[in-house]
Design a protein around this ligand. Structure first.
Ligand code: CO
Length: 137
């Protein structure tokens, strides 16, 4: 198993950050999208496990907007892959994980995700992403 799906990095603007990462990695983003519910525009580099996700807020009051105000740009979350999100959250809650409201939601790339508060994880905001099932396209 490869537990790290991607790392999420908060940036002020994709217009500035994408060319920088493109220069470092030698290839353009493999995907870009706006996740309206999260108030964020994202760009992904790479494919499969270990991608880099750049996150730009669409408004200052979104989660990423507030993060930037408080901390400035930087590492925002690490996303771990789990085979069954409900089971992972059930086990996690028993182990003390504080799942952020509203719980399971649809994130980037149409995947089912949930976030776990850093105060219950040792200081890192965790995103859990359910592996697409075999029957999914
Ligand atoms: Co993410």
């Amino acid at each position: 198993m490869e537990p790290i799906d991607h790392v999420g990095i908060a940036v002020h603007t994709l217009a500035e950050a994408v060319p920088f990462y493109e220069a470092l990695l030698g290839e353009p983003p493999t995907g870009r999208e706006t996740v309206e519910d999260e108030g964020v525009c994202v760009a992904f580099f790479g494919r499969g496990a270990g991608r880099v996700e750049l996150l730009e807020p669409t408004d200052a009051d979104s989660a990423i907007g507030r993060f930037l105000t408080r901390h400035g740009p930087g590492l925002h979350h690490i996303c771990l892959t789990v085979p069954d999100l409900e089971a992972a959250l059930d086990r996690g809650r028993v182990a003390g994980a504080e799942v952020l409201a509203p719980g399971i939601r649809v994130g980037a790339e149409g995947s089912r995700v949930a976030f776990i508060h850093p105060r219950s994880t040792g200081g890192v905001l965790l995103e859990l992403r359910e592996e697409p099932r075999a029957a999914d396209p």
